[in-house]
Design a protein around this ligand. Structure first.
Ligand code: SF4
Ligand code: SF4
Length: 103
């Protein structure tokens, strides 16, 4: 269970480093890095916080996934979750923040 950072998309804003409750993310040479992916418990706070969709959550087999990637686009009222699957297909789920208790 872990995230990955796409360095080419990262602009070094540091928002993910502030969002991680485990203090696992650091900026180094203008890019975000994770200290040790084995310490990540997959809360997705950094995925939601990144304004460039430079962090994805890996949908591994132990989660019932098939190696897909989960990205989040965090808007004022909603979060758009996009799943990109290994076969090139994708799915999208929108969660409304005001109704977060339903999920
Ligand atoms: S998913 Fe959560 S625990 Fe893992 S690096 Fe991101 S914010 Fe930290
Ligand atoms: S929030 Fe995204 S763009 Fe900003 S430092 Fe983290 S990975 Fe890079």
């Amino acid at each position: 269970m872990s995230i990955a950072i796409e360095k080419d998309k990262c602009v070094g804003c540091g928002l993910c480093t502030e969002a991680c409750p485990g203090n696992l993310l650091k900026l180094w040479e203008g890019k975000a890095h994770i200290r040790d992916v084995r310490d990540c418990w997959g809360c997705t706070a950094c995925v939601k916080e990144c304004p460039r969709q430079a962090i994805y959550y890996y949908l591994a087999a132990d989660l019932g996934g098939s190696g897909g990637r989960l990205y989040a686009q965090n808007n004022e009222r909603e979060i758009k979750w996009q799943m990109l699957w290994p076969d090139g297909s994708s799915d999208e789920i929108v969660t409304v923040k005001q109704e977060a208790n339903k999920y």
